[in-house]
Design a protein around this ligand. Structure first.
Ligand code: NAD
Length: 478
């Protein structure tokens, strides 16, 4: 018997979890659940992270967590426990299958069968944000090569394991050439190792439009964190309902299984929530821990229940539904169908008993890194960039000279346009003269000189080349 940590969550969490546990129990899942308290109560009891040290200990010992949705209290600066858990436990891969149950659940996309694989640890979810000037705040978007390699390899291995034909990548690398550019580049590299699987890439805006319009043309889609978050909710909703989707968060050592939806406080305590998302998550968990027969039994019973037209209010439809039921009654209907197969929807059969876990990431040899300049960010309330440039040219030294000023990324000096709207946040680029390698001490000289000349420097960002290749973006219009 395996021990799994269990969290019943907030809002509709306890009701859908009890319903799911009744199904697991009736199907004979061989699991010992160890319950922990996380979420709203813990936040409000003074645990700023929403979880106690003791609960962390249990999660880390048992390695598998089965979790109902959690409410993050609004205001008060509480960080999302879901994001913290995924990142702290290294659960880099978020898998969300979105399959149409046509004609039994209303959808405009009867042939839809998409799996969204979302990077789960980085991107704008690093949560590194700062107010830098009176007018400007920033959020740091971090994309790493290990992060890209892990999630993209996972997507291709997933496609291989489950007989999927195509992996699509969504990025915005026409704009974010360094961050999304790296994701796309690694996608192309990894795809080259899987010639039997078709690969394609879409810029995320048109990709999202195509996904919403003709999801049947997609198979597996891999994305950085933010796009994956948005797109997987859209995909789940157009497949039928966000209430149906389960999700797996897989890492090197630990895994967490949950519904894709939130704690739905608007319908909590009414016995009307759909427990299907959590039931489907439990099927993913059973497969992960090698209890495939039980997983198969529950999934087929669930499909049969959906086919029978026994539906909760969120998917109830006058034409296809036969009975509107509550959370508990839906679970009872699934239990009554254990051992039965769907008649029209495809019956599932899970014969892979090993979880899909990739070998540990091996760090690559470091490339030749040279510092060739510095971006000095300045808080300045003036309006004329030429005036700022004259002030900043005084900070030049024997190795560094001012070459560019941008405002929110747009070049305003030299030869800016007077039409460009400027804030109080200026990026001022100092490049090494004669293309030599820069002594880092020269950057400190610029900073010191800024202090001497009463320039409000808010941060610096070094400019590097890696094996001679530029590791920073140019200014727009440069
Ligand atoms: P939500 O997913 O909770 O609800 C969105 C809408 O879908 C609501 O109308 C809700 O009634 C409906 N809905 C959701 N699940 C349903 C179900 N199983 N059956 C029937 N209808 C369902 O999203 P939200 O309102 O944006 O967020 C509410 C809270 O949940 C917030 O505190 C948020 O932080 C949290 N949240 C938690 C998780 C998680 O724990 N993984 C994920 C997302 C949001």
């Amino acid at each position: 018997m395996i021990t799994v940590t269990l969290a019943k969550g907030d809002g509709i969490g306890p009701e859908i979890m009890d319903a799911t546990l009744s199904v697991l129990n009736a199907a004979g899942a061989d699991i010992n659940f160890e319950e922990i308290e996380v979420g709203e109560k813990m936040y409000l009891n003074g645990h700023s992270t929403g979880i106690s040290d003791k609960a962390w200990e249990k999660i880390r010992t048992n390695k598998i967590l089965f979790k109902a949705p959690i409410t993050t209290p609004q205001g008060g600066g509480y960080k999302s426990l879901n994001v913290t858990m995924r990142k702290t436990l290294g659960l880099y891969s978020n898998i969300r299958p979105c399959t149409s149950m046509h004609p039994f659940v209303q959808t405009k996309h009867p042939l839809m069968d998409v799996v969204i694989i979302r990077e789960n640890e980085e991107d704008l979810y690093a949560g590194i944000e700062h107010q830098q000037t009176d007018e400007v705040v920033q959020c740091l978007k971090l994309i790493s090569r290990p992060g890209c390699e892990k999630i993209i390899t996972y997507a291709f291995e997933y496609a291989k394991r489950y007989g999927r034909k195509k992996v699509t990548c969504f990025t915005k690398d026409n704009i974010m050439k360094q961050t999304d550019g790296l994701f796309h580049q690694v996608f192309d590299e990894v795809a080259g190792r899987y010639p039997e699987i078709e690969k394609e890439h879409w810029i995320v805006d048109i990709g999202a439009a195509l996904l919403a319009d003709s999801p049947e043309s997609f198979d597996v889609i891999v994305m950085p964190n933010l796009y994956g978050d948005v797109m997987s909710d859209i995909a789940a909703q157009i497949a039928g309902s966000v209430g149906l989707g389960g999700s797996a968060n897989i890492g090197q050592e630990c895994a967490m299984f949950e519904a894709i939806h939130g704690s739905a406080p608007n319908i909590a305590g009414k016995n009307i929530a759909n427990p299907s998302g959590l039931i489907n998550a439990s099927v993913m968990m059973l497969n992960h821990i090698g209890q495939n027969i039980v997983a198969e039994n529950i999934q087929n019973a669930w499909l049969r229940t959906i086919e029978d037209g026994v539906h909760t209010a969120d998917v109830y439809d006058l034409v296809m539904s036969t009975k509107k039921v509550g959370t508990k009654e839906f679970a009872e209907a699934v239990i009554a169908n254990l051992g039965k197969a769907p008649k029209q929807l495809p019956t599932v059969s899970y014969d892979n008993s090993t979880p899909l876990i990739l070998p540990k990431y091996q760090r690559k040899p470091a490339r030749d890194k040279k510092v060739v300049g510095v971006d000095l960010f300045v808080d300045w309330q003036g309006e004329n960039p030429n005036e700022l440039a004259s002030k900043l040219q005084k900070l030049d030294n024997d190795e560094l000279e001012l070459v560019l000023i941008t405002n929110r990324g747009v070049k305003v000096w030299p030869q800016g346009f007077k039409e460009t709207f400027c804030t109080d946040h200026w990026r001022c680029r100092y490049a090494v003269k004669d293309g030599k390698e820069l002594q880092k001490g020269k950057i400190i000289e610029v900073l010191k000189s800024a202090l001497d000349h009463n320039v409000d420097a808010i941060k610096t960002e070094n400019l590097y080349t890696f094996d001679g290749k530029r590791g920073y973006s140019l200014g727009q219009g440069q």
